[in-house]
Each structure stands twice: as C-alpha cells, then as structure tokens.
Design a binder for this molecule. Sequence first.
Ligand SMILES: [Zn+2]
Length: 445
Amino acid sequence: MRTGLSRSIFAAAVLSMAPALATQACAQSPAAAPAVDAAYQAILADPKVIKTLEDIRADDDTAFAEQKRITEIPALPYREKVRAEYFLKRMRELGFKDASIDSEGNVIALRKGSGGGRPRLVVSAHLDTVFPEGTDVTVKEKDGVILAPGIGDDSRGLAALLSLIKSINANGIVTTGDIMFVGTVGEEELGNLRGVKALFRDHADIDGFISIDGLGITRVVNQATGSHRYEMIFRGPGGHSFQEFGLPSAIHAMGRAIAKISDLQTPSDPKTTFTVGTVSGGTSVNAIAGEARMAVDMRSDSTEELLKLEARLLDLVKQAVLEENARWKTDKMSVEIRLIGDRPAGIVAMDSPIVQAARRAVAVITRAPRVTFAGSSTDSNLAMSLGIPAVTIGGGGEGGNWHSRNEWYKPVDAYFGPQNALLTMLVLAGLDGVSKPALQVRQGK
Ligand SMILES: [Zn+2]
C-alpha cells in the first residue's frame, strides 16, 4: 500500500510515539537524548515540516522515475563525469543556481541557513558504481521488480537526495545551520573515497556528515569498517624447471606467504578479517616462475586492530621471501608491496546527537522504534576517522544482489528514505525559529 497518512493522522501518530521514544532514549542514551527529543517535538509540530513530509510522499513516483534515469547513465570509477553533470543540472533546476562540480568531481550545492554558516552539515549520496565499461545499464522491469546494475547502489540515494531538495525548497524550509548537498565520486572500491577525501580537505568547517547509501531505513551505519588492500608482486630470475633447477620460484615464495597468512588469528570483536582474494603468476608448467601476484584484503572495525594485522601480515610476506631465498641459498627473490586500497575505520558513539537523531527519525517515520546499528564501508568512513559525527542511512525501498549485474529494487515505501533524511537533517541543523541545532559546532574549525 502506498497511500500515506493524512496530516492529522500523521501528527497523531507522531504524538502517540513520543512516550515510547522518551523511555527508550532514557534507557540507552542519556547524553544527547533530551535535546534531540525536544527538537523532534518542536519540528514535528511545525506545519511546514508536515507539509514537506507529505510532499516527499507525493513525489514518490517522480523520484522513482529519477532513480531509473540516473541508473541508465553509466558512472564507472573515475568516470562519473556524465552522471555528475546530469546531477548538477538537476540541482540547478531545483533551485541551487550556484551548484558546481569541485576539482575532484563532486557535485556540491550549498544551502545557507540563518545561523551564519554553522553548524555545517553534509547530506550526500555517491555518484559512482562498480560496473566496468560496456555494462548494460538498461532498466528492466519484471513483475514489479526492477532489475539494473546500480539501481539501488546508489541511484536510490541520489534520487532520495533530489526528492528531499525539491520538497524543502518548495516549502521554504529555513534551517539554522548550513546544509551542503553533495553527490560524491569515488565511494566504491577503486575510488578509495577520493570524493570525500577531497571534500574534507577543502572544507575544514564541516560539523556533521550524512550519507544516503543502502536502502532499508531501519539500518543505520554508525561504525566504519576500515580496510587496507595490497597487491604483492613476487619476482625472481625464473628459468627452466629442469635445466635451471636450484633457482628460487616466485610461486613458491608466494605459496609460503599464503600458508603463513592463512594461519593468522584475528579478533571477532572488533571484527577483523583478512583474505588473499586473487592470485596469478607463472608462464608454463615446466618453468620456475619468475613472477607471481596476489591481492590481499584486510578489514576491521578498529583502526588499531587493522594496523596490527597489517604489520603482522606484511612481516610474514617478507619472511616468506627470506625463506625462499634461504632454501636455495640465494638473494634473487624479492617482493614489491603496493597499497591499492585504504579506507579508515571509525565509530560514532551511540549517545552522540547524530546517532540519536537518526534513531529517532526512523522511529517516527516507520512508527516503530526498531533500528539496527551496523558497521560498513561507506563515504562516512572518512568523516568518522576524522572524528566528525557521521551516519549512513538508507534511501528507501527494498533490493539486493549489490554490485552484481542482477541487482534488483522494489519501491516499497521508498519515500521513507527522503522523509527519514529530512527529519535527521532538520534535528541536526536546527529549524529556524523552531528548534536549535542538535549538531555541535566543532571547536577550532
Ligand atoms: Zn553504495
């Protein structure tokens, strides 16, 4: 069912929510809860906000059409330009005449608040996909299910962002803090968060960060899973397997390394993982391999554990090379270690205003306070690693088969996504004359 609540029913639902929310807040989050609660009470009593929530719901079909349109514009890693230009055009059409593309390729629109620029909150979604050149990105529909690579990740986030922008601009919503709406580049693996890295480098005055990525709004990401990825290239002289027997082998050296890595032990809390994801090398069955390569992925919810694991693993790889050289009494085997992926880890406290604001928004929108907090690797990683409050929230709807050509999406209550983003944003940035910003201005920035 897609029909929404009438204004009065919505208001009643919100009011009936209040005692349950307050109880939950007291039990789990003393620090920010009263301020966030007060902000919600005030904001949800504001007719403009109620109207904006309704407009977002009414915009559901248009937003879904937008989502499909965006999906059909390919956005390869490092080649997001055409999609970025389309997104810029839409931002301008929705009222941000000064929206622009920065030096890294991010699309940025600054929406000034009444409070002189602070706090400054970023609300974003990512432009890039994981799909290589030539991938068929045509949107197909089958029995109400939409199939297309990237239809959810993150076309939904981008469409939710545009629906939110359209509705707040149409209703003349005035926030206290500034909002920066951003379509980021380089979120997916090869991009290594280059978009947000540039954003935080160029704007030292960002006080909070929201990424709309993923779908279900009851899942809120407040932990950043960090990852380090390496390519390791083992090199030796190589030679005939019979005539030149006695030379070190790149494949044998790599095998020694993999055997050692396989035996590593890592904590389950904070979750810390490793894998040798790909291997290749050698030229023929009767040749001592002159070259072998492997790619290694390491992840952790804790930077400290990630760095510990990394130090141990790199040491084991070097040890394996020494052993291969010692076995053949030579020094001809070497390894080149290249960092190919670097995403920092971080966590935002459960009692911080941004987590409390996100939690409360979900409860209000879904009318049930069921929120799952999770760790993930998203644009929020960078903010969290810098100590800047951040959450990643869902864009709305259902879907699956992420990063595959069979990615699917179903627009079930899709408008919950932009509604949820609206409330979280208003509580954090403050609504002029109605509620103070729950987000704190970072000192010295
Ligand atoms: Zn994504």
